[in-house]
Ligand binder design. Structure first.
Ligand SMILES: [Zn+2]
Length: 131
């Protein structure tokens, strides 16, 4: 029996994905019921805010906190082969390409609100080892 042919979807097809939606929902719930303050969760580092402004990839999703702005996405790539560029912020497509080309690296996608500084890990893409 043959498996149906799957069409690779560009670089993303090479990457394993971890979704952080549940962790994010849990955090937002904690704020809503008063276990955390909005100031605790809207704490984006100035450098992250600057990157969000310049290289953030626009989404059509409203900020879950202030709803005054659309979220933007940024990528961080970590891995031995990244050398001095380890942990740098990249535009989303660049970060995904870097991780896809380097087994053992991980690309973390962070969503950021440019209005209220909300930020949270959205997804992590792990390069699959070849073979
Ligand atoms: Zn916001």
């Amino acid at each position: 029996m043959h498996n149906p042919r799957t069409r690779p979807k560009g670089k993303r097809a090479l990457l394993g994905v971890v979704d952080y939606t549940l962790a994010k929902r849990a955090l937002l719930r904690e704020v809503r019921v008063g276990l955390r303050s909005w100031a605790d969760v809207c704490d984006a580092h100035p450098e992250l805010m600057r990157a969000a402004k310049h290289v953030g990839e626009a989404t059509r999703r409203d900020c879950p906190v202030c709803r005054r702005s659309k979220l933007v996405l940024l990528a961080y790539v970590y891995g031995d082969s990244m050398h001095q560029e380890n942990g740098r912020v990249w535009p989303l497509d660049v970060g995904l390409s870097l991780a896809a080309d380097r087994p053992g690296t991980c690309c973390y996608v962070v969503e950021v609100c440019r209005e209220c500084s909300w930020n949270h890990l959205a997804e992590a893409f792990m390069a699959r080892n070849a073979g």
